[in-house]
Design a protein around this ligand. Structure first.
Ligand SMILES: Nc1ncnc2c1ncn2[C@@H]1O[C@H](COP(=O)(O)OP(=O)(O)O)[C@@H](O)[C@H]1O
Ligand SMILES: [Mg+2]
Length: 298
């Protein structure tokens, strides 16, 4: 990577941020063979831009987690290529870090020890890392809970501890697969704020997958809208809303609502197609969509 490609920014505690860019080019992924073959991703191309927060939204089961496994290097595409700063991805690497919705915290370690796990495992229990841990504990609002064990934390606190635990490893690309799924709505909104703040202080490259349109618009710089399975990008929307983001200035914002309606219209078309194919999830979505469009009056 050339120096010109790097975004070097102090991250609060003085840590340098390296941000990479990922390119997904004509990727296909098929599981199984012959009559048992399932095509999950088809001719899918997009870029995860350097220093931006790219959000991917698409119907349940369309192939988002499959794409994440390919980006992470846990699996290989059937054809096409994935690269990070021009280098082909051939397996997992420390440059990319994936946060899944399932908790990965060690229940026998305190919040602080969970956050320091990565640095300690690499023999980097340095003053700089300990400062960084303090900084992150502050940012995710867990200073008072630093000595508690995961089972003593609420669901939202556990997810915040996970974000801090991932962030301290300073990956060049952070990849998150529906990290807030299953949280109640109020906790989710709080998570958006914490996560947006973490992003806004560092501007590292983030790739965030969700099925929640409000979450997508609150967080995104760019929004990739995916088709049904076999998935590919249906549309890319620029979410040109000011930062720092807050709920009060997104909820009633005309531009935010316009982007939301545009995104919902495309998702609705996709849902109609999978509804035609007999999907129950799609019929629920179509109902919810009609209610929302009816209410907003836009
Ligand atoms: N290892 C696998 N073998 C066969 N089919 C799979 C495999 N992994 C995922 N799929 C299929 O791929 C589709 C997309 O799954 P997934 O990527 O988890 O979707 P999403 O994350 O968008 O909900 C599903 O229909 C699933 O059954
Ligand atoms: Mg998934």
């Amino acid at each position: 990577m050339s120096a010109a490609q790097e975004i070097q920014k102090p991250a609060g505690s003085g840590m340098q941020i390296k941000a990479a860019e990922m390119t997904i080019s004509h990727v296909d992924k098929t599981y199984g063979e012959k009559q048992f073959a399932t095509e999950v991703v088809k001719n899918c191309s997009f870029t995860i831009e350097r220093g931006k927060l790219t959000v991917m939204i698409g119907p349940s089961g369309c192939g988002k987690s499959t794409l994440i496994r390919l980006l992470a290097g846990f699996e290989k595409p059937t054809s096409g290529s994935i690269s990070i700063d021009g280098n082909k991805v051939t397996g997992p690497g420390r440059d990319r870090l994936v946060v899944f919705q399932e908790s990965a915290l060690f229940p026998w370690m305190s919040t602080y020890d969970n956050i320091m796990y990565g640095p300690k495992a690499r023999g980097e229990n340095t003053p700089e890392m300990r400062d960084r841990a303090e900084f992150l504990l502050d940012k995710v609002g867990l200073q008072r809970f630093r000595s508690k064990y995961p089972p003593q934390l609420s669901g939202g606190m556990q997810r915040r501890a996970e974000l801090a635990r991932a962030m301290i490893n300073n990956p060049e690309v952070m990849i998150l697969d529906e990290p807030f799924r299953g949280l109640d709505h109020m906790t989710k909104e709080l998570m958006w704020k914490y996560y947006a703040t973490l992003y806004e202080e560092s501007h590292r490259t983030n790739f965030f997958v969700t099925t929640d349109i409000d979450e997508a618009i609150f967080l995104a710089d760019r929004l990739l809208i995916m088709s049904n399975k076999p998935t590919q990008v249906r549309a890319v929307l620029d979410v040109d809303l000011p930062r720092p983001r807050s709920l009060s200035n997104i909820v009633d914002d005309d531009r935010a609502n316009q982007i939301k309606m545009e995104a919902l219209a495309i998702l609705h078309e996709e849902a109609m197609r999978s509804f035609a194919g007999g999907s129950k999830a799609a019929s629920d979505f179509i109902q919810a969509y009609s209610d929302r469009v009816g209410k907003s009056g836009k």
